[in-house]
Design a protein around this ligand. Sequence first.
Ligand code: GLP
Length: 241
Amino acid sequence: MELVILKDDKEIAKKVGDIIIDLVKTNKAAVLGLATGSSPESTYQYVIEKTAAEKIDWKEVVTFNLDEYIGLSETDEQSYCYYMNKKLFENININIKNTFVPSGLVKNDLEAQKYDEEIKKHGGIDLQILGIGTNGHIGFNEPKTSFDSLTRIVDLTPSTIAANARFFDNEADVPKQAVSMGLKSIMNAKKIILIAMGATKAEAIKALIEGNQSTEWPCTVLQDHSDILVVVDEAAASLLS
Ligand code: GLP
């Protein structure tokens, strides 16, 4: 596992954004795994700007997002699908048909797992971008998730609901369930970059870098990945010894 500690989100956006851009330049049909939340936002903005400046072609790139809230349709402004359209896809020349986000309208795990088949059909994920929850979740894989899990419907913990309430008008509006790629689905990616910013992530980053592997901290599954880069700011690194 490689760890890079940077000053702020601007430096993080450049570090991660340049890796994404280089991949798309060398493999015009690259398969990217993407995350939502605040952590990758500055990276997406950097990617948009660099794409415009260097006229980078995204039309054959394929993307798979990690997760979606159950019950929200693609057009719902709180959905992760809507987030991706606004924060990235509408600002680059990607073919929207090549962008996959788990459907928040799936009825059961069997339907949800078709997502893993779709990823496989596209040859697997070349580069997976991850954020991290304060409780160490990746995607929406909450503590106690099996390391063998695939895409499925999950219950959100009260702490995740509270942490994500800032994106909704009221905490009561935050869906109680999500559909998320599993830990195994994530581990299948050829390369992974995890971004964490701020002191609220420090405990999770300590568990990831220095802790014992345990389902209590879902992020620790990543300790077994052979090509993972963790990019954090100083606050997120503040508990590391
Ligand atoms: C959500 C998402 C995760 C994300 C995490 C952290 O729960 N499902 O994919 O990594 O929040 O979000 P943020 O980057 O906003 O702190």
